[in-house]
Design a protein around this ligand. Structure first.
Ligand code: NAD
Length: 499
């Protein structure tokens, strides 16, 4: 059995707890590896290393730090195929989609290559007589990232790319379900010239996460995963005086106005609802046609498009999507379809009990379409995170606007229309963090920032871009004067003003 170890300076040695977690190949349903699960003692060792290496890295001039990022970018590009195959074999997403996972992380590394420019401070000369004011951003010290299974390359790079470029050391605790790519990224980062110990990968479950939350020398934690755990991380991390950003689950809606180009919508929806087996936080699992006529026309076009989807093993180049991540997750998705049926929704296309010929043990779920879903149903309120598209019919624009605005999650939303006024109104008024206008998966590019609202995001600073830089640094403000010795008549008995 292949063993996946921590990536820690000096080796994990005997400091690990000895516990292990099975890593599946979701396409075959076989266990393909075991990953070591760490504990507080192992974390303490990693933090000691990080404390040694971080001050030197922070003192390295930003152009030299950027060169490591440039080299890392090159190495990822050179290893793209290998990374995508490894990712796909543990996650189950198809190879091209796995390349997208790597690529969207790489784009944050590209932004991080610009750290000398992005990290420049602000300066005001002569803010008062002979007084200058400037601010600088300084690294926090040691940052940690706790990441979900569904983007094992992209999300770790969102975090450590920005944190390390800004001068921090970083400890990554990736998902124990697909841990190999994060380790490979850390190996490549070392090869790119990063000092040993700057980026360490510690595997684990709740035990390791709790150790991270409680360690006094970890200054900031970035988390992405499900909402209840995000809230827990936010609360416990903040109680321990850490800076915390914690992104949670999602239930993104796609509003379809009567004037939308339905062929385009169906094409976009198929990819956004079923791509990666629906295991994306920016998937579009709810479609909201406005008006009965739109609903009927849309449904008529959706049915053949969904029936034409090809489900396959993750390295099938013809497959639209592959298996889901674990047998437990397959069972959970199917039980949500049961719930929807019991709640009175119409199961138009039923993906339960799907079996792929020759791969009967794989964790496949067939594409599922559910109509007449209503806001009071549990299957609407909760995240399903599978290849399941729900239709919620809205009577008019205001009704459609209310649905995503009032939902507990507020990650992404899309509107499909040819009407600029409706789109503009929607974008301005919807109570959701990321909006697509005729764009089904509106993940902002790396030089903007990513973050949802409501139960999709706890904390107040977004991921990557300038927001990421702000999260991983603290600002220092300096007010200076250099008196010439003659006395300038100032006194501090009265609060100084620039009046
Ligand atoms: P998860 O919450 O199960 O796991 C996320 C991380 O938390 C993992 O590293 C895991 O080891 C750790 N963890 C699990 N249980 C824990 C516990 N009880 N205490 C402490 N830590 C624990 O999430 P997942 O299933 O890996 O990922 C899917 C979820 O992530 C979905 O809800 C999805 O919407 C969400 N997600 C959100 C975003 C976003 O940006 N908002 C992006 C990707 C995924």
């Amino acid at each position: 059995m292949r063993q996946i170890d921590h990536f820690i300076t000096g080796g994990s040695g005997s400091a690990g707890s000895g516990r292990k977690h099975q890593v599946w190949n979701p396409s075959t349903g076989e266990v393909q590896a075991e990953v070591a699960l760490g504990d507080a003692a192992l974390l303490a060792k990693a933090v000691e290393t990080a404390k040694q290496v971080q001050p030197g890295w922070a003192a390295t001039n930003p152009q030299r730090r950027a060169r490591v990022m440039f080299k890392f970018k090159q190495l990822i590009e050179d290893h793209m195929q290998e990374l995508a195959e490894l990712l796909s074999s543990e996650h189950g997403k198809v190879i091209d989609d796995a390349k997208g996972d790597v690529q969207r992380g790489l784009e944050v590394i590209e932004f991080a290559c610009g750290i000398p420019q992005a990290g420049k401070g602000e300066y005001t000369t002569s803010a008062g007589p002979g007084i200058d004011v400037y601010s600088m951003r300084q690294p926090l010290g040691i940052g940690a990232g706790i990441t979900p299974f569904n983007f094992p390359a992209m999300i770790p790079m969102w975090m450590f790319g920005m944190a390390i470029a800004a001068g921090n050391a970083f400890i990554l605790k990736p998902s124990e379900r697909d841990p190999s790519v994060p380790v490979r990224l850390a190996e490549l980062f070392l090869e790119a010239g990063a000092p040993e110990g700057l980026l360490q990968v510690l595997h684990g479950d709740k035990e390791m996460v709790d150790a991270i939350l409680d360690h006094p020398d970890i200054a900031a934690i970035s988390f992405v995963g499900s909402s209840d755990i995000a809230q827990y991380i936010y609360e416990r991390g903040a109680a321990n005086h850490k800076r915390v950003q914690a992104f949670g689950g999602a239930k993104n809606h796609g509003v379809v106005m009567p004037d939308a180009d339905l062929d385009q919508v169906v094409n976009d929806l198929a990819g956004a609802a079923f791509g990666s087996a629906g295991e994306r936080c920016m998937a579009l699992p709810v479609v909201v046609p406005v008006g009965e006529d739109t609903a009927e026309r849309l449904k008529a076009k959706l049915i053949p498009a969904i029936n034409a989807l090809r489900v396959g093993v993750s390295n099938d180049p013809e497959a639209h999507y592959g298996p889901v991540v674990t047998p437990e997750h397959k069972a959970r998705i199917e039980s949500w379809i049961d719930t929807a049926e019991q709640e009175g929704a119409e199961i138009v296309i039923d993906g339960r009990g799907f079996s792929l010929q020759g791969h009967e043990n794989g964790f496949f779920v067939g594409p599922t379409l559910i109509d007449h879903v209503t806001p009071d149903m549990e299957s609407y309120k909760e995240e399903i995170f599978g290849p399941v598209l729900q239709i919620v019919r809205a009577k008019d624009f205001e009704d459609a606007l209310r649905l995503p605005s009032e939902h507990q999650y507020g990650n992404g939303v899309a509107i499909f229309t040819r009407n600029g006024h409706a789109a503009r109104e929607f974008a301005a008024r919807v109570n959701v963090g990321m909006v697509g206008i005729n764009v089904p998966i509106p993940v902002p590019v790396s030089y903007h920032s990513f973050g949802g609202w409501k139960r999709s995001g706890f904390g107040d600073i977004d991921q990557y871009g300038m927001e990421g830089l702000r999260f991983w640094t603290k600002s220092k403000k300096v007010t200076q004067r250099w008196p010439d010795g003659g006395g300038d008549g100032s006194n501090a008995f009265v609060i100084p003003t620039m009046g």
